[in-house]
Design a binder for this molecule. Structure first.
Ligand code: FRU
Length: 509
């Protein structure tokens, strides 16, 4: 067997994130097969091991004991006669419903799309179908099931992919949600092998200027009331609010057969409107981990930190694209509306090293909050609280710079309660005409007087959890040199900074 890859020197590459997952080399897109089993979080991913651009898809593989430090493992699934290995999920088949277990041990089962290139060329639209693979050795080897595909594409649906499977505790069977062009399809199965179509849900709700991909479906308790609601995540490419690929979500109920959109939520997702899990341009195809133990009880999400608009040409050598930080999802009411809230997982706190307290202050113009000599701001967590009552500036925000001409700005426009992420001066070579057409915009859902910004900056990315995560913006940038200074800027008037703290985070590599 191929040896695990130990190439830590690769992780010193330019723009390479230090506390995000990225494979040692070559192309990565969607996270796949995320499952927790026997003390390990598995992260499989769409991988092309030969080049830094998309190609015949494999499943790469990494495991972590703490969601933060990752061990790279050999490739888990290779293309075969049935096609390339597209996105999908994985589950632990605890009671061996599939009969694929061994020696009384539950098998780990991966459910994925086979994509057949030759059939695609013929144009009959039956080139995508669902297959499974099982493992008896904690995901180290995935053996493809001999009866694949388990869900053939009998109706010739061109986009028929990305199965996410969950266990329906009430009905005691498996549920699959599949993305099919402009809607999700639901299926059930007693054994992960024979699947029955239950229903479809989608069009006209949400955004449709693209293809629906990579769905996820799970129940969540509303924080304020404890009532159970179901959340459907549904990625779309293109058609994202700020261009290219992005992930929308829907809140409703699932009656065992069909998804029923919540009445209140319906108003927010009609006539082409959508609510997004992340309003930045670089969080796509994200889904959640399966089989997190009940004692933990978290719903943990990770996304691909890139965008199909430019992911293949970003200026990185040897490696291409990283995942977001893992996030705990919650469901809450913000101003009477259901919102999926994202929190950075608490394990990230282990990476905190050197820190500085940022003094409470009134800023007019531009104030440097973190300087180069204080801590490395391009590998940092920064938390700022701003009092909007004491703020008169119409536009203000944070600015990353490096003294060499590269600047990135994230800001807030008070009048229209809108955030923006402007990366027009954050790169030194033009690699795509779509990277920075205009700033990415996000609405504010909270009406609190205090505005909380919780940011993670890692060489070529920033993730901003706004108002405790009711809005998130994840954006990448490629400055000529790493950013080394963070300032608070305001265009006019003043900004009241109540408190702030910044931590340097240690590298996981
Ligand atoms: C989403 C996606 C999936 C597909 C995979 C192919 O980014 O297009 O729909 O399975 O990537 O790599």
């Amino acid at each position: 067997m191929e040896q695990p890859i130990k190439k830590s020197i690769f992780y010193r590459d330019k723009h390479r994130p230090q506390f995000h997952y990225s494979p040692p080399e070559n192309w990565m897109n969607d996270p796949n097969g995320m499952v927790y089993f026997e003390g390990e979080y598995h992260l499989f991913y769409q991988y092309y091991p030969e080049k830094t651009v998309w190609g015949p898809m494999h499943w790469g593989h990494a495991v972590s004991k703490d969601l933060i430090h990752w061990e790279n493992l050999p490739i888990a699934l290779y293309p075969d006669d049935l096609g390339h290995i597209f996105s999908g999920s994985a589950v632990v088949d605890w009671s061996n419903t599939s009969g694929l277990g061994k020696d009384g041990q539950p098998p780990l089962i991966a459910i994925f799309t086979h994509h057949e290139m030759e059939l695609e060329k013929v144009g009959t639209n039956n080139h995508q179908y669902q297959s499974i693979a099982f493992s008896h050795d904690n995901g180290r080897s995935l053996i493809k099931y001999s009866g694949n595909p388990v869900l053939p594409n009998l109706n010739n649906i061109k986009d028929f992919r990305d199965p996410k499977v969950i266990w329906d505790k009430i009905r005691k069977h498996w549920l699959m949600v599949l993305a099919t062009t402009d809607h999700s399809k639901f299926y059930s199965s007693k054994n992960l092998i024979d699947w029955t179509h239950l229903s479809n849900w989608g069009s006209p709700y949400g955004e449709h200027n693209g293809v629906w991909e990579c769905p996820d479906l799970f129940p969540m308790r509303v924080e304020e009331t404890g009532e159970e609601k179901w959340v459907l995540l549904q990625s779309i490419n293109p058609g994202g609010l700020n261009g290219g690929s992005a992930t929308q979500y829907f809140v409703g109920d699932f009656d065992g057969e069909k998804f029923i959109l919540d009445e209140k939520f319906e108003k927010e997702v009609t006539n082409g409107h959508a609510i997004w899990i992340d309003y930045g341009r670089d969080n796509y195809a994200g889904v959640t981990w399966s089989d997190i133990p009940d004692e933990d009880g978290r719903r943990i999400f990770i996304g691909w930190m890139s965008n199909w608009d430019y992911s293949q040409t970003v200026p990185t050598e040897r490696w291409r694209n990283a995942m977001t930080i893992p996030r705990r999802l919650a469901l809450a009411q913000v101003n009477g509306k259901y919102r999926v809230i994202s929190h950075p997982v608490k394990e990230l706190e282990k990476l905190r090293g050197k820190f500085i307290d940022i003094e409470s202050q009134i800023v007019s113009n531009n104030s440097i909050l973190i300087e180069k000599k204080q801590l490395n701001v391009s590998q940092a967590e920064v938390i700022l609280t701003i009092d909007l009552e004491g703020t008169s500036s119409t536009v203000f925000g944070i600015e990353l710079s490096n003294g060499k001409g590269a600047v990135y700005q994230f800001g807030y426009e008070i009048a229209n309660q809108q955030f923006f992420s402007d990366r027009s001066r954050s790169f030194s070579e033009v690699f795509s005409d779509k990277f920075s057409v205009k700033p990415a915009l996000a609405p504010r859902f909270s009406t609190d007087q205090e505005l909380l910004l919780h940011c993670f900056i890692d060489a070529s990315s920033i993730e901003i959890f706004i108002d405790n995560g009711s809005v998130v913006m994840t954006e990448t940038f490629f400055p000529n040199e790493d950013f080394n200074q963070l300032s608070l800027f305001c265009n006019d008037g003043q900004v009241q900074l109540v408190s702030g703290i910044a931590y340097e985070l240690s590298s996981i590599w």
